[in-house]
Design a protein around this ligand. Structure first.
Ligand SMILES: CC(C)(COP(=O)(O)OP(=O)(O)OC[C@H]1O[C@@H](n2cnc3c(N)ncnc32)[C@H](O)[C@@H]1OP(=O)(O)O)[C@@H](O)C(=O)NCCC(=O)NCCS
Length: 165
């Protein structure tokens, strides 16, 4: 996609990021506008958007921690977020339905991992549902087992990508 730009989030992306979030997650699972704003304000370095012809069509946001257990809900509100932490934790990766299956999520992930590598992080961690385990394996992640989290009443699997120097 020629006109696709992957960049860090900017304050005026908030409304479009909220639209991407609600398109990808159920009301029980979706982060609120306040939570998305918090993630943008506190850690824009770990918040990437995919812009196509001037429209935000995808996003990836994250926090950073020294912990390996990512099942706690607090980190999603950036409580315990430590910019010097060794692990990057992805909270959300989503692409608007009409823009899916064109490699946009993959581009977001590649940019994110490249940045994590540059910042000498050890691992990228995330939680996903069973149906996306294979998807993340395709991006190089390993299945690290079932999470203790029951966020939104669902079963979550932990995925881990070790970053080598
Ligand atoms: C998961 C999601 C982010 C993927 O976005 P996308 O931009 O369509 O993904 P990509 O086009 O980069 O896919 C890359 C590869 O994965 C494959 N793929 C895409 N979606 C897949 C799925 N649901 N299951 C298995 N493989 C999938 C593609 O075929 C592609 O493979 P290829 O490069 O060999 O052709 C998107 O479906 C989405 O936003 N879903 C709703 C939100 C969500 O569940 N996010 C994950 C939270 S953990």
């Amino acid at each position: 996609m020629n006109n696709l730009v992957i960049r860090n989030v900017q304050p005026n992306d908030l409304a479009e990021c909220c639209a991407v979030e609600t398109s990808g997650f159920s009301p029980e699972e979706a982060a609120s506008r306040e939570t998305i704003k918090l993630r943008m304000d506190m850690f824009s370095q770990g918040f990437f958007v995919a812009e196509f012809n001037g429209q935000v069509v995808g996003m990836l946001n994250s926090g950073c921690t020294n912990k390996d257990d990512i099942s706690d809900e607090e980190l999603k509100q950036l409580i315990g977020h430590d910019i010097n932490g060794k692990n990057m934790v992805i909270f959300a990766l989503a692409v608007l339905p009409e823009f899916q299956r064109r490699g946009i999520a993959k581009q977001l992930m590649l940019s994110f991992v490249e940045e994590a590598r540059r910042n000498k992080k050890e691992k990228v961690l995330l939680m996903c549902k069973r149906n996306l385990i294979a998807y993340y394996q395709g991006l190089g992640f390993a299945h690290a087992g079932l999470s203790r989290s029951t966020h939104g009443g669902a079963e979550w699997h932990e995925m881990r990508l070790s970053i080598s120097a």
